[in-house]
Design a protein around this ligand. Structure first.
Ligand code: SF4
Length: 720
């Protein structure tokens, strides 16, 4: 096992500006990149505490205002998790707030044109359409209105939107994570009782070993790399599992490069070795784990040779990793978002949990599982019962909603996010185009706006207030920094207004985001102690569970006494819904040995880059665009040598459902037989570097039980 090399120049080019949180790399043009530091107070009227909405780090920030205009944003230096850092995505919000492309007033479609109408007219129109559905279909209206939940605004906006439709009798909504992170979060909930990380980030300083399962921290969550640095300085060994050499490779001691979608087979091989060599904690298993016999049986076939054949990792590296895990007593597993994006994801996450359980590494200092993408805050069940659950039993999954839309059984869609987040995005687009009335709550005339009949534009992050939850189980509060422009409106306010009209008096009286926060807090036992006053004062946010206001905050392990919140109180590996423990090839993989697999012999993978959070409005930022290169694909020299292709060629990346033209980049940072492409290009972006067809238009429509597959299937490259 050795650490792969990536040149310092390439690394700096890719990501250092985000990692340093303001330290400009010498390879970046400082004239273009002015961020990271506060402006001197003489230029500033006031500073407002805010936070970034893009990723689960939830960097808290200071927004500097002059003449009611945001002139700068910088990371809050008192934030414990970020140390005051931010990445370029968060910085792009200053430009995006004042983008000339923003929609500032409701727009009604009239043929091929748009007509500006008032907010009141727009709101009445949406309410009338929904109430008409009930009137026209008194016996059969519940599934005729659907909500694609708000993503960017705040927790209060999500709650207001769900309350509005549920209290009016419409149970169907799709959460943003339905497509991608649900597999990991759900498996954690089924096996351990909580859908989120079992520990917080600081515990990596108490670990002996940290294993990054596909967690490309330096690009996904760049401000967390300082914690990797601190851990390494303390002697913690960082092992990185990723088929691609990425900026995160610079923060690891060892990298193993498994073929995409084979982490579950690797975990089973490690489990088998630990059992055979008696390197696991029998007492812990006896006391705290159910279903271990199933695990032993499932792992038996996974010899090092077999696992090597499946994963492409040499046998000696697999055995070396197993020995390390067996001997070191404090290990944290950090699961990346990619692990959740396969058809075998839930099986994979279950055996990753099992591996941590059998080595006694699930709870306690320096132990646990980090799932940075994961899971909404727990403790809201009572709230759900009161405001949502009366018809949640009848809620349809996103796939069933799409099925209904396609068959013209959905009359109104409240679209708050990108349909491009789903696999086979054109299929989703076609389904939405069958809906009679689509309301879009967007910011720009983007791909979603093209499907809308009415647009009621949303506020951006500095124009509204509310709470958001982050990867460290923390809640943060954001204050409004500037007035709302035009007739833009916050999601919570719009759905509050709509709720009043379609649900009448059953919709509670709510006059502010604070009111909604308090409504939730009172119903959520684990949040009760997080008073608004306390939350607003915290530069870091407050970590739940936090049941009592006067208790000290509890970070670290969520199960400190190995009391898991499953029905048995133990780690549950036998989950009827997941059936027997088993690893399977990702659907559509060329290794599936199915008829026709040879037509698409390369393995597809995609991911985010440090500059973009995909399918978001970062695509509308020119600041971001200067670093973006549109659609491109990485392939190893051996992959392309027989195809007659070379670096810089225009090629087609083709899957069984379509092809996209892009630029080929030949690099040894990717293994032979695998290709990788970034997932940020957006159709319709006015910024050339950001513009491109959405990669999800060529992703075949495969799903695991909860969320979809975005990697691991077959593809091919041809010259364009
Ligand atoms: S995208 Fe994430 S890391 Fe970047 S500034 Fe926003 S919250 Fe911080």
């Amino acid at each position: 096992m050795k650490k792969p090399e990536i040149s310092r120049r390439d690394f700096m080019k890719i990501g250092a500006a985000g990692i340093g949180g303001g330290i400009l790399s010498s390879t970046l043009d400082p004239k273009k990149l002015v961020f990271g530091a506060p402006l001197p107070s003489k230029y500033v009227d006031k500073e407002v505490d805010s936070c970034c909405q893009f990723c689960q780090v939830r960097c808290t920030t200071k927004v500097q205002i002059k003449d009611d205009r945001v002139i700068n944003v910088y990371g809050n230096p008192d934030n414990y998790w970020t140390g005051g850092a931010m990445c370029p995505k968060g910085k792009s919000m200053v430009e995006l707030t004042y983008s000339p492309h923003r929609i500032l007033h409701p727009q009604l479609r009239e043929g091929d044109n748009w007509k500006q109408i008032s907010y009141k007219q727009a709101l009445d129109m949406v309410a009338e359409r929904i109430l008409k559905v009930k009137k026209d279909h008194p016996e059969d209206y519940a599934h005729r209105v659907a909500l694609f939940e708000p993503l960017w605004e705040s927790r209060e906006s999500e709650l207001a939107a769900k309350m509005a439709i549920h209290l009016a009798g419409f149970p169907d909504y799709s959460s943003p994570g339905d497509a991608c992170i649900g597999n990991s979060a759900t498996t954690l909930r089924l096996c351990l009782g909580s859908a989120t990380s079992t520990t917080t980030l600081e515990e990596i300083l108490n670990a002996e070993t940290v294993v990054l399962f596909g967690a490309n921290i330096a690009e996904m969550y760049p401000v967390y790399t300082r914690w990797l640095n601190m851990a390494q300085e303390k002697g913690v060994k960082i092992i990185y599992l990723d088929p691609r050499v990425t900026p995160t490779s610079n923060f690891c001691d060892v990298q193993l490069r498994p073929r995409p979608g084979t982490d579950g087979a690797l975990a089973l091989g490690l489990i088998r070795y630990l059992i055979k060599e008696s390197l696991y904690d029998r007492d812990y298993v006896d006391k705290y784990v159910t279903g271990f016999e199933d695990l032993m049986k499932a792992a038996e076939p996974y010899t090092p040779a077999k696992v090597s054949e499946i994963t492409w990792i040499p046998s000696d590296e697999i055995v070396g990793l197993a020995k390390k895990l067996g001997r070191r007593k404090r290990t944290i597993f950090w699961i990346g978002g990619s692990i959740s994006r396969y058809t075998n994801a839930m099986q994979t996450v279950r055996v990753i949990i099992a591996l941590q359980a059998m080595t006694g590494n699930l709870s306690g200092p320096g132990k646990g599982i980090m799932n940075v993408q994961g899971g909404k805050p727990g403790g809201g069940e009572d709230f759900n019962k009161k405001y949502e659950a009366h018809d949640l039993d009848h809620k349809l999954s996103i796939r069933k909603i799409l099925y209904n839309m396609k068959r013209k059984r959905v009359d109104v869609l409240l679209l708050n996010g990108a349909y491009r987040r789903y696999p086979d995005a054109n299929r989703v687009k076609k389904a939405i185009s069958q809906v009679d009335f689509v309301l879009y709550r967007g910011f720009f005339m983007d791909a979603e706006a093209q499907l809308a009949h009415l647009i009621i534009p949303g506020t951006m992050v500095y124009e509204s207030e509310g709470s958001q939850y982050g990867a460290q189980r923390q809640v943060v509060w954001r204050n409004r920094a500037i007035p709302r422009p035009g007739e833009t409106i916050e999601d919570w306010r719009f759905y509050r207004d709509l709720g009043k009209k379609i649900a009448g008096d059953t919709f509670p009286s709510l006059n502010s985001a604070e009111d909604i926060y308090e409504l939730f807090r009172k119903e959520a036992p684990t949040w009760k102690g997080i008073s608004l006053g306390r939350l607003k004062k915290s530069p870091t946010g407050i970590t739940w569970p936090y049941p009592e206001p006067d208790e000290p905050e509890k970070r670290g392990s969520i199960f400190p006494d190995n009391r898991f919140t499953t029905p048995s109180g133990k780690v549950e590996l036998r989950i009827p819904a997941l059936r027997a423990i088993k690893w399977k090839e990702p659907k559509g993989s060329p290794k599936e040995k199915k008829k026709g697999a040879g037509e698409f012999p390369l393995i597809f993978s995609q991911g985010k880059v440090v500059w973009h959070w995909q399918h978001t409005y970062t695509n509308w930022s020119s600041f971001i665009g200067q670093f973006s290169k549109g659609n491109y694909v990485l392939a190893h020299p051996e992959t392309v040598q027989d195809l007659g292709l070379k670096d810089g060629d225009r090629v087609y990346l083709e899957t069984k459902i379509g092809k996209l033209e892009m630029t080929l980049r030949v690099t040894k940072s990717i293994l032979p037989g695998i290709v990788w492409t970034p997932s940020h290009p957006a159709p319709g972006s006015p910024v050339p570097g950001n513009a491109g067809e959405s990669i999800n238009t060529i992703i075949p429509y495969y799903w695991d039980k909860v969320s979809a597959q975005f990697n691991g299937f077959g593809c091919r490259l041809t010259k364009s």
